[in-house]
Design a protein around this ligand. Structure first.
Ligand code: SAH
Length: 322
């Protein structure tokens, strides 16, 4: 099946009357070595791997995935492109094409097909249960996609994700506490995922060329995602706590929490034990430290205190004397 080098891609796009638009994240991989490298890193097990590809485009990666995996789900939100991919893949495999609008998708109904192409927004489509997620992803959905992956990580099934992202974005994912790049997403990823940068990819490997350097990253689960851990059980609460306080990351923890809970009745109820800390700055001296100085684990422990009131969770803050 075709890999499109730059010289092959241009006439193909003309033939299909497709105009690639960088603003829609349409930067296509035109370097075959990089495409092969990504496929190798996925370490496909043909008996076991259910694979989800985000932003499948004309199928540069999809072809190898469908050939080697047990079943693949391919998502792209460009209708012309998904139609082309369907018409191409159906010559070789049993595949289906569906248009996603807002209903739930019953993935069971596709039990006897090898590939399901879904035309729609990867952020909105409910993810099927898979063992691997792969993608040369549109960079503008990078952050919501990572949150969605954390939120829906199925520890019993999902083994790893191999994603091409912007290098600057990868640096935010792995940013250290209190550094310039430390942000909501670093605090979320830092608690739940191991991130490995595996290969820097220059912009010359894409058409059209993006203005940025890219990197292939691997995501795997930390132990905190194990079924019975508090970190796993309170996953959604931690993510919503981060969403609430991180806009105020340069403020003190006390102010960040106050701003979050003010005018948000649901959050104020959910995290009602924070009141005690906020009202007792002499006892809980650490609350005057800036929010961005708290590690993901400390933020998680705080969140848990805020919603359960269990005091021992806060002991480590008292011990380090801050
Ligand atoms: N995998 C291909 C294409 C990568 S470009 C390759 O490596 O060559 C990213 C693709 O994501 C584009 O085809 C674009 O149409 C698609 N895309 C952009 N935004 C999307 C979204 N919100 N949901 C799903 N696909 C999206």
């Amino acid at each position: 099946m075709p890999f499109y080098s730059k010289n092959q891609l241009l006439p193909k796009l003309r033939e299909l009357n497709i105009h690639l638009d960088k603003k829609r994240g349409q930067c296509y991989l035109v370097d075959e070595n990089i495409a092969n490298f990504i496929i190798k890193e996925v370490e496909i097990d043909e008996d076991k791997d259910f694979i989800l590809e985000i932003g499948s485009g004309l199928g540069t990666l999809s072809d190898s995935l469908i050939k080697r995996g047990k079943k693949v789900y391919l998502i792209d939100n460009d209708e012309k492109i998904t139609k082309f991919l369907y018409n191409h893949l159906k010559l070789y495999y049993k595949v289906d094409l569906i248009n996603y609008s807002s209903e739930q998708i019953d993935f069971e109904q596709f039990s006897d097909v090898k590939g399901i192409i879904i035309n729609g927004d990867a952020i909105k489509i409910p993810f099927p249960v898979v063992t691997k997620i792969v993608g040369n992803i549109p960079y503008q959905i990078s952050a919501p996609l990572i949150f969605k992956i954390i939120d829906s990580w199925n520890i019993n099934k999902l083994i790893k994700c191999i994603l091409m992202v912007q290098d600057d974005f990868a640096n935010r994912l792995i940013a250290k506490v209190n550094s310039k790049n430390y942000s909501r997403i670093s605090a979320a990823v830092g608690l739940y995922l191991n991130i490995k940068k595996i290969k820097i990819v220059p912009s010359s490997c894409f058409f059209p060329r993006p203005h940025v350097t890219s990197v292939i990253i691997e995501l795997t689960a930390k132990n905190s995602l194990m079924t019975d851990s508090p970190e796993n059980l309170y996953r959604k609460d931690y993510l919503s706590f981060l969403r609430g306080v991180f806009p105020f990351k340069n403020k003190s923890l006390r102010n960040a929490i106050s701003f979050f809970l003010k005018n948000n009745e649901d959050a104020a109820n959910q995290f009602k034990y924070f009141n005690e800390i906020i009202k007792n700055p002499e006892k809980f001296t650490f609350i005057n430290r800036k929010l961005r100085r708290f590690s993901p684990q400390q933020l998680f422990n705080l969140m848990l205190y805020g919603s359960t009131g269990k005091n021992e969770i806060l002991q480590e803050f008292e011990l380090d004397g801050s």
